[in-house]
Design a protein around this ligand. Structure first.
Ligand SMILES: NC(=O)c1ccc[n+]([C@@H]2O[C@H](COP(=O)([O-])OP(=O)(O)OC[C@H]3O[C@@H](n4cnc5c(N)ncnc54)[C@H](O)[C@@H]3O)[C@@H](O)[C@H]2O)c1
Ligand SMILES: N[C@@H](CCC=O)C(=O)O
Length: 542
C-alpha cells in the first residue's frame, strides 16, 4: 500500500508488583511450575523451521537448582551456520521490500502479545533459566523487551522522516536503505530483553539476521523466537542458531555479505570478534558495522554531603540485585570516612548479611544463583584472593556453595588499596568493593576512581551540595556513558536513559535509542532535478 502512516506514540510498560495474593503472582507461579515440569528440545530456528543443531548437546538447567534440566540444546555446526546465513540472504529481498509500517506492525504486535498473554511465559522462562527474581524478570523480560519493541518503532519512524533540504527546482531525498548483506546478532545471558532487541532492531530497519543467543539464556530465547513467529515474523528474517557460537563465527565472519555485528557481552569476546573482522576485511563487500556493548566496573561515589539513607539503598540494590550480574551493577564504591565510620559501614554490612539468595521459583526470594559453573568458579577464586589480601577486609558474605545451585553470597569488602583488583576487574557477581577516602581528599579520590578501571559504563555521584554535583559531573564526564545523580547506577529505562558506555565498555551506540537504529541503515541520497539544464556554457563565458 502506498500510504504514509504515523506509528503509535510509545509509553513505558508499567511494572507489575507480584505482591502476595495478587492475581498476577498466582498466574506467574502457575506458569513457572508448568515450564519447570517440561523438558524442552531447544532447537535452532532456520528459515522458520525448528531443528536441533548438529553439534554436541548442552543441558540448560536452573542455576539455583543446577541438577534440574529445563531443556537440551545443541551446539550449531558449520553446516547449521551456513544454512542460517543462506536463509537470511534468501529472506532479505522480500523483507526489505515490505513497507516500514508492515515490518513495524510485526514488532508492535509482539509487544502487545508480550504485554498480555505471553508475559507469564517470558517471565517464568527468565526466572527458571537465568535465576531472576519475579521483579527482576518483570523489568527485563516483560517491560524492557516491550519497551524496546515499541520505542524502536517510533525511533525508526523518526529516522525515515529525517530528510535533506531541497532548493527550488530540485527534490532531495534520503532513502534509508537496510545494510547490504545480513546482520550477526550475538547476545548475552543476563537480559532476555537485550537478547530480543539485538536481532529485532536491525530486522525492524529491513535487515535479515543470524541470531546467536547465549547457551545459558537459551530457554527464554526459545520463547522469544516463538513470540516473534506468533506475531507474524516471516521465515528467514531472524534465524536463531544455538550453542557456543564458535563454529557459527567461523562461517559468519568469513562471509562476504556480513554487513554488521550487533553484540552485547564481555569485552574480551567483542575484541576477539573485532580482530576476526579485521583479519577478514578484504573479503567483505561492505565495511561491517560493529556495534558492541560490553563490560563495566561501575561506581558509586559518595561525597560527605550525601544523603546516607539514599546511598545505603542505592548500594544494596545497585550491587546485589540479580546477583550483581548486570553490566551496570555497582561493583565499587568510594565513601568518605565521616559517613563510613559514622554508621554506614555497620549498617551496610548488616543489610548485606541479611540478603537471602535462594530458589527464585519461590517468588518471595530477593535473588538466585549466578549463571553457571564457570561464573561460580571465577567468583569463588576471586573471593579466595580477596580473603588472602592484606589490603581487604570482608565485612559480609564471602561464601560460595554449589551443592544445590551456583550460589555466591552477597559480599561486601573494604579495601585500603584503591588500585586493588576489586576496583578494576569485572567479576560480574555480587561482590562490592568499598574504598574509604579522607573527607579532605574528595578531588584526589575522584581523580583516582576516574582513571583506575579500563571501563566507562555506569556511575553515580551522591551529594546534596550542588557545586559538588557540578564539579564531579565534569571530572567524571568520560568515566561513564550512563551517569546518575543521587541514584543507583542500574535500571536504565528505554526511551528515558538510553544505555551504553565507552572506553572498554563498548561502542556506545545506545541501545533503546534512535542512535542505535542509525547503525542498521545505509542512507542513499537522491537528487531529482525537475528542469535539467540543456545548455552547457556558463554565464561568465559570454
Ligand atoms: N554494556 C552492556 O549493555 C551490557 C549488557 C549486558 C551484558 N554486558 C556484559 O556481558 C557480559 C556478560 O555476558 P556473557 O557472560 O554472556 O558474555 P560473553 O562474552 O561470555 O558471551 C556473550 C555472547 O557471546 C557468545 N560468544 C562467545 N564467543 C563467541 C564467538 N567466538 N563467536 C560467537 N559468539 C561467541 C556467547 O555464547 C554469548 O552468546 C559482561 O561482561 C557484561 O558486562 C554488557
Ligand atoms: N540496562 C540495564 C543493564 C543491562 C546490562 O546488563 C541497566 O541499566 O541496569
Amino acid at each position: 500500500m502506498d500510504a504514509q502512516f504515523s506509528v503509535p506514540v510509545p509509553r513505558n510498560e508499567p511494572v507489575r508488583g507480584y505482591a502476595p495474593g495478587s492475581p498476577e503472582r498466582a498466574t506467574l507461579q502457575e506458569r513457572v511450575e508448568a515450564l519447570a515440569a517440561e523438558r524442552l528440545e531447544l532447537t535452532n530456528t532456520i528459515d522458520g523451521v525448528q531443528r536441533p543443531g548438529g553439534g554436541d548437546p548442552i543441558e540448560v538447567v536452573q542455576p539455583h537448582k543446577r541438577h534440574h534440566v529445563l531443556g537440551v540444546t545443541h551446539n550449531s555446526t558449520h553446516e547449521d551456520a551456513a544454512a542460517a546465513v543462506a536463509a537470511a540472504k534468501r529472506a532479505a529481498p522480500g523483507w526489505r521490500a515490505l513497507p516500514y509500517s508492515e515490518r513495524a506492525a510485526v514488532f508492535l504486535r509482539a509487544a502487545e502479545m508480550l504485554a498480555g498473554g505471553w508475559r507469564d511465559t517470558l517471565n517464568a522462562a527468565t526466572i527458571l533459566g537465568q535465576s531472576k527474581s519475579a521483579y527482576q524478570a518483570e523489568i527485563d523480560a516483560a517491560c524492557e523487551l516491550i519497551d524496546f519493541l515499541r520505542f524502536n518503532v517510533a525511533f525508526g519512524e523518526r529516522i525515515l522522516a529525517e530528510q535533506p533540504q531541497s532548493s527550488p527546482g530540485f527534490w532531495n531525498r534520503f532513502d534509508h536503505r537496510p545494510l547490504e548483506g545480513f546482520v550477526y546478532a550475538i547476545t548475552p545471558f543476563n537480559f532476555t530483553a537485550i537478547a530480543g532487541n539485538l536481532p529485532s532492531a536491525p530486522a525492524l530497519m529491513g535487515n535479515t539476521v543470524v541470531w546467536k543467543p547465549s547457551p545459558t539464556q537459551q530457554f527464554s530465547a526459545h520463547f522469544t523466537m516463538r513470540l516473534f513467529e506468533a506475531a507474524g515474523l516471516p521465515p528467514g528474517v531472524i534465524n536463531m542458531v544455538a550453542g557456543d557460537g564458535l563454529a557459527v563465527s567461523d562461517v559468519v565472519l568469513a562471509d562476504p555479505d556480513l554487513a554488521g555485528i550487533h553484540f552485547t557481552g564481555s569485552t574480551g569476546t567483542f575484541r576477539h570478534l573485532w580482530r576476526e573482522v579485521g583479519g577478514n576485511i578484504d573479503r567483505y563487500r561492505s565495511y561491517p558495522r560493529l556495534v558492541g556493548e560490553t563490560g563495566g566496573k561501575d561506581f558509586v561515589f559518595a561525597h560527605a554531603s550525601a544523603d546516607v539513607d539514599a546511598l545505603h539503598t542505592a548500594l544494596v540494590r545497585g550491587a546485589y540485585e540479580y546477583q550483581g550480574q548486570k553490566c551496570s551493577a555497582a561493583s565499587r564504591a568510594y565513601v568518605p570516612r565521616s559517613i563510613w565510620e559514622g554508621g554506614l559501614r555497620d549498617r551496610l554490612a548488616a543489610t548485606v548479611a541479611s540478603i537471602r539468595y535462594g530458589d527464585v521459583t519461590d517468588l518471595s526470594t530477593f535473588g538466585g544463583a549466578v549463571i553457571d559453573g564457570r561464573a561460580f568458579a571465577k567468583h569463588a577464586a576471586a573471593l579466595d584472593r580477596i580473603k588472602n589480601s592484606a589490603a581487604c577486609t570482608v565485612l559480609a558474605g564471602g561464601a560460595a556453595d554449589d551443592s544445590e545451585g551456583w550460589f555466591v553470597s552477597p559480599t561486601l569488602v573494604e579495601s585500603s588499596d584503591p588500585a586493588h583488583e576489586i576496583f578494576t576487574t569485572e567479576y560480574f557477581g555480587p561482590i562490592l568493593g568499598v574504598h574509604v577516602y579522607e573527607d579532605g581528599d574528595f578531588e584526589g579520590a575522584v581523580a583516582q576512581a576516574e582513571a583506575v578501571s579500563p571501563y566507562a559504563l555506569t556511575g553515580s555521584i551522591f551529594a546534596t551540595d550542588r557545586s559538588v554535583v557540578d564539579w564531579a559531573g565534569t571530572a567524571l564526564r568520560n568515566a561513564a556513558g550512563n551517569f546518575y545523580i543521587n541514584d543507583k547506577p542500574t535500571g536504565a529505562v528505554v526511551g528515558q536513559q538510553p544505555f551504553g558506555g565507552a572506553r572498554g565498555s563498548g561502542t556506545n551506540d545506545k541501545a533503546g535509542s534512535m542512535l542505535n537504529l542509525l547503525r542498521w541503515v545505509s542512507p542513499r541520497t537522491i537528487k531529482e532535478t525537475f528542469e535539467p539544464p540543456t545548455a552547457w556554457q556558463y554565464p561568465h563565458m559570454g
